[in-house]
Design a protein around this ligand. Structure first.
Ligand code: SAM
Length: 268
């Protein structure tokens, strides 16, 4: 079957890269591992020989059938034909355990996959993920406050995980070659909501307000979201300059502002 570009089918053909990605998960001999988009099994082959339990989720019927046949004698390998965005990841993980996730992702749904993993990470069901994605997206996920690429995706990711950028591959590492370079990130899920004294759903929504328009100051974005000038003046912490943009702020002062706005709302 020819590759299906609509499904992000750029298969890894660089042998040292597929080993480097699998190695980045560390020791998985006692772990349940979920692979997203196994394709023809470039990474699956290596994981199958290492993981205690490997669950590979592939949307493409013919690829899922190919892998089901190839791994039919491997008791530790389960191939699931499904859309990863529809799959109930937490139900796949044995009760009381955490899993690790790996994938050379279908790039067209990278953000949705990340959001799904943040939810599973917050629920304490996913411990670590090694994910390959388009280089520009990886740079946004890993960016520190104040650098050009920092934005909502960076803040959301860094509320949920410690992010390490591992290595970048050229288009020639894949067949067919994509138009972009690709970067592998490792995420150690460690949600910061409790530490920063904020609730996950409320703070996620607040971050969306803070970053809603890149050109606007934080204060103006929050005014547009319905916060009154009086409430903002009363809540504004000393740690945040008057004309600050969300893109330049660390998560701690953002959380401080969120907590102060919440307590003013509760008073009124
Ligand atoms: N892991 C293989 C490799 O490294 O060569 C394939 C990676 S390829 C970039 C992405 C894979 O994800 C393809 O096999 C594609 O069919 C699969 N895929 C696309 N959309 C998917 C979805 N919604 N759920 C699960 N798999 C999907």
């Amino acid at each position: 079957m020819p590759p299906k570009p609509k499904l992000g089918q750029n298969f890894l053909v660089d042998d040292s890269a597929r080993h480097a990605i699998a190695d980045a998960l560390g020791d998985i001999t006692q772990r349940t591992v979920i692979e997203i988009g196994p394709g023809h099994g470039a990474i699956t082959d290596i994981l199958a020989g290492r993981a205690q339990h490997l669950i590979a989720i592939e949307l493409d019927h013919s690829l899922a059938a190919e892998l089901t046949f190839r791994f039919r004698d491997r008791k530790n390998v389960e191939i699931i034909e499904a859309d990863v965005l529809e799959a109930d990841l937490e139900a796949l993980i044995p009760a009381g355990e955490t899993a690790d996730v790996i994938g050379n992702l279908p790039y067209y749904i990278t953000s949705d996959i990340l959001l799904k993993l943040f939810t599973a990470g917050s629920a304490g069901r996913v411990a670590r993920a090694v994910l390959m994605m388009q280089r520009e997206v990886a740079e946004r996920v890993a960016a520190a406050p104040g650098v050009r690429d920092y934005g909502l995706l960076s803040a959301t990711a860094q509320m949920n995980a410690q992010v390490a950028s591992l290595f970048t591959l050229p288009p020639t590492a894949f067949s067919p070659p994509p138009d972009v370079f690709s970067t592998v990130l490792r995420l150690e899920f460690a949600p910061r909501f409790t530490e920063l004294g904020v609730d996950a759903a409320g703070f996620d929504a607040f971050l969306r307000q803070c970053f809603s328009q890149k050109r606007k100051t934080l204060r103006n974005n929050l005014r547009s979201a319905g916060h009154t000038p009086e409430a903002l003046a009363q809540a504004w912490p000393h740690s945040i300059p008057e004309q600050a943009r969300a893109e330049g702020l660390a998560l701690e002062p953002m959380a401080e502002l969120y907590r102060a706005l919440n307590s003013i709302q509760k008073e009124n």
